[in-house]
Design a protein around this ligand. Structure first.
Ligand SMILES: [Zn+2]
Length: 169
């Protein structure tokens, strides 16, 4: 199981998994971080770990700035081999359940580009998963929001704002 369909599922996200995504988002600032939240394939609601995937947006921009106008400050592209490894690993006991990226100096909202890329075509998600966006300002995560398909199944809407506060912060 490489990717579990989680749209419409009330996910139980372990604090450690969210904390790991927050740490990656803060460490990557002022660049975007990206990856997936994972969980056991047998239980579709449970999310208990985070897998960061390298953001190769800066490399793409350097190679072909006309085609890839955005740098990693405002864009992300999963490192293709790591993404393929994740997607193709049918025997893995864990599955990707939430696609994640951060917005350095932005807000925890899906951009129009994010919304375009989330769908292969109208009504068909690129990955059948929910999306997590973490906003980072001055190197500190300030907001984390989860997005899922609306009831009509054609639009991603914010379904939850996740609590970033913990005793260590
Ligand atoms: Zn974005």
């Amino acid at each position: 199981m490489a990717i579990a369909a989680t749209t419409g599922v009330s996910l139980e996200i372990a604090p450690e998994a969210l904390a790991a995504a927050i740490a990656a988002a803060e460490q990557a600032w002022p660049r975007e971080a990206c990856g997936f939240l994972l969980g056991p394939g047998a239980n579709s609601a449970q999310v208990d770990r985070f897998l960061e995937i390298q953001n190769v947006q800066d490399e793409l921009h350097r190679e072909d700035p006309a085609r890839h106008a955005r740098t990693a400050h405002t864009g992300y592209t999963f490192e293709p081999r790591a993404l393929l490894d994740l997607v193709m690993d049918e025997t893995a006991p864990v599955a990707a359940k939430v696609a994640f990226h951060s917005h350095p100096d932005g807000c925890a909202e899906l951009s129009s580009l994010d919304r375009d890329r989330a769908f292969l075509q109208e009504g068909l998600l690129t990955y059948p998963v929910q999306h997590l966006v973490i906003a980072v300002r001055d190197g500190r995560a300030c907001e984390a929001r989860l997005f899922d398909l609306d009831q009509a199944g054609d639009r991603l809407v914010c379904t939850r704002t996740l609590n970033l506060l913990s005793e260590s912060r």
